[in-house]
Design a protein around this ligand. Structure first.
Ligand code: ADP
Ligand code: MG
Ligand code: ZN
Length: 495
């Protein structure tokens, strides 16, 4: 791009390449487990195939293909009749074969889109393609950073973990949009049950960013092909979270603006996001596609997905479910969003709403349960063995056997902090609503003990009844229902 951009207003153009680890039991081309063990030794979760030993052959994992097809369906991609695998050749220590098994001109997902909401605006981000490939091993620079390390350790336990690389069109116009997109993508992947966001390094992003003279943008806000191709862009690697993407891009945009302001040109290069320092640093000049000498993997035949893809179904996705929750249960947008934030939350809400009043279910799940869980930095999946206990608590509230205040402040909090079941807490704290007889006895006793208030009430002093209700509530330790006490008192006194 010419330096004219220095004096002109520029538009931000960003495209993402997102690598997500697929949740399968075994690796994508061998039978090794994908599940890291807390205590595992380096290079133990390996076999001749994922170590790249001569003569070892790849066997494609069916579950990884199914996950990839689900992702394609969720992103509205075209899934071709057949898909093929290629070798992407490069020499790097984490890649024992000196090539990565990936896809090239016939990826499993072509095209597509994902809608995101950014500051109340709905934006549709185009998906260029999504393909299946293997994760390389991991590298540890001994003694600190890549610059100061005395030697480097390589661990192939991760090598061969299935990855889906989702490539977007350069449709983002701000870092905030990439953050919203990544959050949405994770939400969809989680709904599909193909992704575990809590696993370290399960999402890795390369962000391509360029500045384009605003005058060269098309009227509809898109970037003309020739302008895109001409723009000098940097590719920022090593981003591992939504927030990381937003920060890295904000930094990179300022950096590029400063370079242009000084009358210099943007280098076409790969940069590394240094999370700790909050800066991007130059890594190398960007490799071109031809550098990789892609060629067909002869050990894997073309894969026919034409019939198979029809059998693979996906669940209702978050946007659709949010809308349905609004219509079916009469929830406002905020509640519907909260209740569809993860599939586990949405499933639990629907389970409760099928048995009790949906409004009560929404309040209890969205406000009380999620609120208390968030406060403790827990997700519903952290307590999924106890959902029946939460349901029993909601049932007690629905049956008015427990006051709302006690249910939330004493029982729910106790359940989360002490791990007890609701009945144990109710017993221990004596919270059960007083039995009918106990209330009736208390009403009779209070009437006997307070002749003046009784006389005042009979003389037409309405305030006196409140005093009497208060006395009964005190006598029953707050466990009676005030409305019911009021009724019983009037019955007794109006005789
Ligand atoms: P490569 O394979 O060299 O990384 P691609 O052309 O396949 O390049 O594009 C990769 C990513 O770069 C895509 O997400 C695409 O949207 C994005 N991209 C392409 N042109 C630009 C640009 N001018 N500015 C920002 N991102 C871009
Ligand atoms: Mg790239
Ligand atoms: Zn293996």
């Amino acid at each position: 791009m010419s330096t004219q951009a220095a004096t002109e207003e520029t538009a931000v153009v960003i495209g993402l390449e997102v690598h997500v680890q697929l949740e399968t039991d075994t690796k994508v081309f061998c039978g090794c487990s994908t599940e890291p063990d807390d205590e595992e030794e380096p290079n133990t979760r390996t076999c001749p195939t994922c170590l790249g030993l001569p003569g070892a052959l790849p066997v494609l994992n069916e579950a990884a293909v199914e996950a990839a097809v689900k992702i394609g369906k969720a992103l509205d991609s075209e899934i071709p009749e057949t898909t093929t695998f290629h070798r992407k050749n490069y020499y790097y220590p984490d890649l024992p074969k000196n090539f990565q098994l990936t896809q090239y001109d016939a990826p499993i997902c072509a095209g597509g889109e994902l809608a995101v909401a950014v500051d109340g605006d709905r934006r549709t981000i185009g998906i260029t393609r999504a393909h299946l490939e293997e994760d390389p091993g991991s590298i540890q620079h001994a003694g600190g950073s890549i610059e100061s390390a005395t030697h480097t350790l390589i661990n192939y336990n991760r090598a061969g973990t299935p990855l889906m690389e989702v490539v977007t069109e350069p449709d983002f116009r701000s870092p905030a949009e990439t953050r919203a997109f990544l959050a949405k993508l994770e939400e969809v992947l989680e709904y599909l049950g193909v992704f575990d966001a809590t696993r370290d390094g399960s999402l890795r992003v390369d962000a391509n960013v360029s500045l384009v003279p605003a005058s060269e943008m098309a009227e509809d806000g898109s970037v003309p092909e020739d302008v895109l191709a001409d723009a000098d862009r940097a590719e920022v690697k090593n981003i591992s979270s939504h927030r990381g993407a937003e920060k890295a891009l904000a930094y990179e945009i300022s950096r590029q603006r400063n370079v242009l302001r000084r009358g210099r040109e943007i280098e076409q290069e790969t940069r590394h996001w240094d999370e700790g320092r909050g800066v991007t640093v130059s890594m190398r000049s960007k490799e071109a596609e031809k550098d990789y000498r892609y060629f067909r993997e002869a050990d894997l035949p073309a894969l026919e997905v034409s019939d198979w893809k029809e059998e693979i179904s996906i669940p209702e996705l978050p946007d659709a479910r949010r809308e349905r929750f609004g219509e079916e249960y009469g929830l406002d947008d905020e509640a519907a969003s909260k209740l569809t934030s993860t599939k586990a939350v949405a499933d639990f809400f629907e389970d409760v709403a099928s048995e009790f009043d949906p409004e009560l279910a929404a309040t209890w799940v969205a406000d009380n349960l999620l609120g208390e869980l968030n406060y403790r930095e827990l997700a519903i999946t952290d307590v999924d063995g106890r959902l029946d206990e939460f349901k029993r608590l909601i049932e007690l509230v629905a049956a008015e056997e427990l006051t709302v205040k006690n249910a939330e402040e004493v029982v729910l909090r106790g359940m989360l902090d002490e791990g007890d079941d609701p009945e144990a807490i109710i017993d221990r704290e004596g919270l059960g609503k007083a039995e009918g007889d106990e209330v009736a006895d208390a009403v009779a006793a209070v009437v006997d003990e307070n002749p003046e208030a009784v006389a005042d009430y009979r003389d037409g002093d309405e305030g006196a009844i409140n005093f009497l209700v208060g006395q009964v509530m005190q006598a029953t330790g707050g466990s009676a229902d005030p409305g019911q006490v009021n009724g019983l008192l009037r019955e007794e006194l109006d005789d």
